[in-house]
Design a protein around this ligand. Structure first.
Ligand code: DGL
Length: 257
């Protein structure tokens, strides 16, 4: 039992985005061990057919389980929205924690203006998000904002600068920043450009994401399954990426700092 509890928690994302969730989990549970797999070679998944997203995600989770993961975090809204249920059906004995756009807290903020959900097309239109939206759409005006092209900036390590700024300015022209009350970052890549988004929409807009909520859910699940790491020392973090390049591993370590 002791050995299992020292086993790492496996994090998965299509690329470097899930590191925004891992970063929060490390802060919350620094004594746990972590392994992270980013599938940057096949990213982005967000505009792929659902069947491809499923197949790629299953392969990635198998990789993490072979490395001894005691729990899985799908640090990816896209994968969670279309694969979480199938994974839980297949791997019944291990906790699988997903992430979904933080719509409930956004609506509960009751800020003046629209609630804008930035996410991939798969998350916004293919997955279970439509059910979530139905629950809240009479409380707030909810706007889906698919952002194809944004993940690519973050995968290249471009987190500031003119090109990114132009992309975001164009994106928000469609909605009009003055009409926005709250933005939900519904893709785990986007928190890395939160400051740039804030600059474009203005300080009156709240910007939230689900990384802390997901880390807390992970903590609860470790307790429920009785697999909390008893060690008090700082744990290890190992990063794997399908690109197998030094640059992507370097970028990954930079992003969790
Ligand atoms: N980071 C992923 C998410 O949270 C998606 C990125 C992609 O399209 O691959 O949805």
């Amino acid at each position: 039992m002791e050995l299992e509890n020292c086993n790492p928690i496996g994090f998965f994302d299509t690329g470097v985005g899930g590191l925004s969730v891992l970063r929060e989990s490390i802060k919350l549970m620094p004594n746990e061990n972590y392994i992270y797999f980013g599938d940057s070679k096949n990213a982005p998944y967000g505009s792929r057919p659902v069947e491809e997203v499923k197949e790629l995600t299953f392969n990635a989770i198998d990789f993490l389980l072979q490395k001894g993961a005691k729990a899985i975090v799908l640090a990816c809204n896209t994968a969670t929205s279309v694969v979480a249920k199938d994974l839980r059906d297949k791997y019944k004995d291990i906790p699988i924690i997903g992430i979904e756009p933080a719509l409930k807290p956004a609506v509960e903020m009751r800020s003046n203006g629209r609630v804008v959900i930035m996410a991939t097309r798969v998350t916004l239109f293919e997955g279970k998000f439509s059910d979530l939206i139905k629950k809240y759409d009479d409380e707030s005006e909810i706007v889906r904002l698919p952002c194809p092209g944004l993940v690519e900036f973050i995968e290249k390590g471009i987190l500031t600068g003119e090109k990114l700024n132009k992309f975001l300015v164009d994106k928000f022209k469609e909605i009009g920043p003055e009409k926005i009350g709250t933005i939900v970052l519904g893709c785990t890549h986007y928190p890395f450009v939160k400051n740039e988004i804030q600059k474009v929409v203005g300080d009156h807009v709240n910007i939230i994401d689900g990384s802390l909520g997901t880390s807390r859910e992970l903590q609860r699940k470790l307790e429920e399954y009785n697999i909390v790491n008893p060690n008090k020392d700082e744990g290890y973090v190992k990063i794997f990426n399908s690109l197998e390049s030094d640059e992507i591993v370097e970028l990954s370590h930079r992003l969790i700092k």
